[in-house]
Design a protein around this ligand. Structure first.
Ligand code: ADP
Ligand code: MG
Length: 353
């Protein structure tokens, strides 16, 4: 449905977007995820035609749209601040795009009513934007986009100004609606939980570049860069030197069949387990999160380790535990070198480091 090829955009010589490429299939919901300033909005505006790119192409259904103005593209955009017209009521706001297109009055009324029904706001048609809650206003903004039947719906952090509870509810509503309408959607967010819940696939951006594209689970399990590993989910990061197939991990020597040199060893909090050959660490804080318990520990090397465990296994404060990673991601120069399941301590195999 949508193809983005080598899009680049600079502002005063600095890259806002650099050589970004990805594709979106019909009916797919793709999230652009990354920290603030990484180029998400710029890329979305380039797709919509609101911003021109320096190079690269945007194609929709195989048609090159790179030089088409925004109003010629089959896209519609929902912004973070809903930008409704304050003097128009809800129905007038929603019908605006159809009036601009010169549709007959009866058709505008019918389409507006149908879309308001879709977003659950039929009873609010006569209200002014000032009489709506934040969540309702964003639903109107969405309805205003849906009514023009875009081929691609673009959403730029549409829920980030709303409170967490409302955000979750709207997220679920959007996902259901998007699936029902089979609507190709690009959703921009800096919130990885939001992206994980919504997306069929996530495009992770950093510093204007696409770092990795994949389904949420795949990005979490197999991050291909250090940036993605540290941005999606929590990671314990230990930087160490690898020599002759062995590496120090918080005072424990682990066997690691990789070339010599500096490595960043990353382990998810849930991938640590208690093992007599593990690294010793003292429990500094126990945080009951409800479904799981998060435990902060200080290793003998003075580093912070985070472990998550079932509630009934939560240790007492001050206890010294020995922990081993069951899964380690090794990175060098930001790139993945290897993924080790159950890396063994050298002494457990009788090897010497
Ligand atoms: P994000 O949406 O991921 O927070 P943006 O796409 O808004 O990031 O911005 C990416 C980079 O481009 C930032 O460094 C930002 O300051 C810069 N930028 C965005 N728009 C403009 C503009 N109109 N003029 C100059 N710099 C801009
Ligand atoms: Mg933005």
């Amino acid at each position: 449905m949508l193809q983005i090829d080598s899009i680049t955009k600079t502002y005063q010589g600095t890259h806002a977007v650099r050589d970004a490429s990805f594709r979106v299939a019909r009916g797919e919901l793709v999230c652009l995820l990354g920290p603030s300033g990484c180029g998400k909005s710029t890329l979305l505006r380039i797709i919509s035609g609101l911003t021109a790119c320096d190079s690269g192409t945007v194609s929709i259904e195989g048609v090159d749209m790179t030089s088409s103005p925004a109003n010629r593209r089959p896209t519609a955009m929902v912004f973070q601040s809903h930008a409704l017209w304050s003097h128009m009521n809800v129905a007038q706001n929603v019908g605006f795009g159809l009036r601009v297109r010169g549709l007959p009055k009866a058709e505008i009324a019918a389409k507006t009513a149908a879309v308001l029904d879709l977003v659950g706001l039929s009873a609010f048609a006569k209200r002014l934007p000032a009489e709506l809650s934040g969540g309702q206003a964003q639903r109107v903004a969405l309805a205003r986009c849906l009514v023009v039947e875009p081929k691609v719906l673009l959403m730029d952090e549409p829920f980030s100004a709303l409170d967490a509870h409302l955000r979750k509810g709207l997220r679920e509503e959007l996902k259901a609606l998007q699936g029902r309408l089979d609507l190709t959607t690009i959703f921009v967010t800096h919130d990885q939980e939001e992206a994980m819940e919504l997306a069929d696939r996530i495009v992770v951006m950093q510093g204007g570049q696409v770092e990795q594209v994949g389904p949420p689970g795949a990005l979490y399990q197999n991050p291909s860069t250090l940036g993605v590993a540290q941005f999606i989910g929590a990671m314990n990061t230990c930087t160490s030197s690898l020599r002759h197939g062995a590496v120090d991990w918080y005072g424990v020597t682990l066997r690691m069949p990789l070339p010599d040199g500096e490595v960043a060893l990353l382990c998810r909090p849930e991938d640590l387990s208690i093992d007599p050959n593990g690294a010793a660490a003292r429990v500094a804080r126990v945080i009951d999160l409800g479904p799981v318990t998060k435990v902060n520990l200080i290793t003998e090397t003075g580093d912070l380790l985070t472990w998550t465990c079932p509630r009934d296994q939560a240790p007492d404060l001050g206890r010294v535990m020995t922990l081993l990673p069951r899964r380690l991601h090794a990175f060098r120069g930001g790139a993945l070198m290897g993924l080790m399941d159950v890396p063994l301590p050298a002494q457990a195999q009788g090897a010497t480091a």
